[in-house]
Design a protein around this ligand. Structure first.
Ligand code: PEP
Length: 247
């Protein structure tokens, strides 16, 4: 059976109370098709509400959008892996394009966060992807390879790892990569991960995925699932999207 992951990145939306309503509507849509997992990445303040709402349902998981690499201390405004874990997180996004391009996170910092995720027993979802300028200059694979090298530099190479290929030019723009373009990068990611013995790897695609283009993207065998921002904010749309193409 083919396994697919549908990851919802709520970004800076949906507080704890809204999260409880959201999950109620989402769960009311009925059981998930077999072979599918749905991961929620709410803002930190809503982690616990989501964790409590999904309880220990096997196909559902909650994760943090970001962590700082130190486990605790005087880092105002940050949350650590152990704190996210205490709130119910089992995974964490690392190096999301908005962390890199809005908050100036470097490749080296992404590497430290990968190590911190491992230390806190959080499954990392490493986000990689090129800007439009880099794509047009033919640098896509070089950029993605550099990001992988930095991310895995200090991390124990075992356990399950998920990589999300998210071209920066496709995030929140309404312009998605074609399944073929995504597949080319996914193949290169898998080859790099295999050559560096990183462990069991899943490669998701992210960037303007919606109800109209999800089926076409998911039909590509190189795509193990999707990471979705805008189209995950409404529980009814998201409930429909996670059933895309299921029989
Ligand atoms: C994201 O935030 O990771 C993302 C892919 O956003 P959107 O689906 O809105 O492009």
């Amino acid at each position: 059976m083919r396994y697919l992951v549908f990851a919802a990145n709520w970004k800076m939306n949906i507080g704890p109370l809204e999260a409880r309503y959201y999950l109620r509507s989402f769960l009311d849509a009925g059981p998930l098709p077999a072979g599918r997992e749905v991961w929620f990445f709410p803002p930190a303040v809503s982690l616990e509400a989501v964790a409590q709402s999904i309880k220990s349902r096997e196909q559902l998981l909650v994760g943090a959008q970001d962590i700082y690499w130190e486990p605790k201390g005087p880092y105002t405004g940050a949350i650590s892996g152990p704190l996210a874990s205490q709130a119910g997180a089992r995974a964490v996004l690392v190096g999301h394009s908005e962390r890199r391009h809005v908050f100036g996170e470097t490749d080296e910092q992404t590497g430290k966060k990968m190590a911190a995720a491992s230390a806190a027993d959080l499954q990392p979802v490493l986000c990689v992807g090129e800007t439009l300028e880099q794509r047009e200059a033919g640098q896509t694979l070089a950029v993605v390879t550099r990001q992988l090298e930095a991310a895995f530099a200090g991390r124990p190479r075992s356990g399950r790892v998920t990589v999300a290929y998210e071209p920066v030019w496709a995030i929140g723009t309404g312009r998605n990569a074609t399944p073929r373009d995504a597949a080319e990068v996914h193949t290169a990611i898998r080859a790099w991960m295999g050559a560096h013995k990183v462990g069991e790897t899943r490669v998701l695609y992210g960037g303007s995925v919606n109800l109209k283009n999800a089926a076409e993207l998911l039909a590509e065998p190189e795509i193990d699932g999707v990471l979705v921002g805008g189209a995950s904010l409404d529980p009814h749309t998201w409930a429909e999207l996670v059933r895309t193409g299921a029989t």
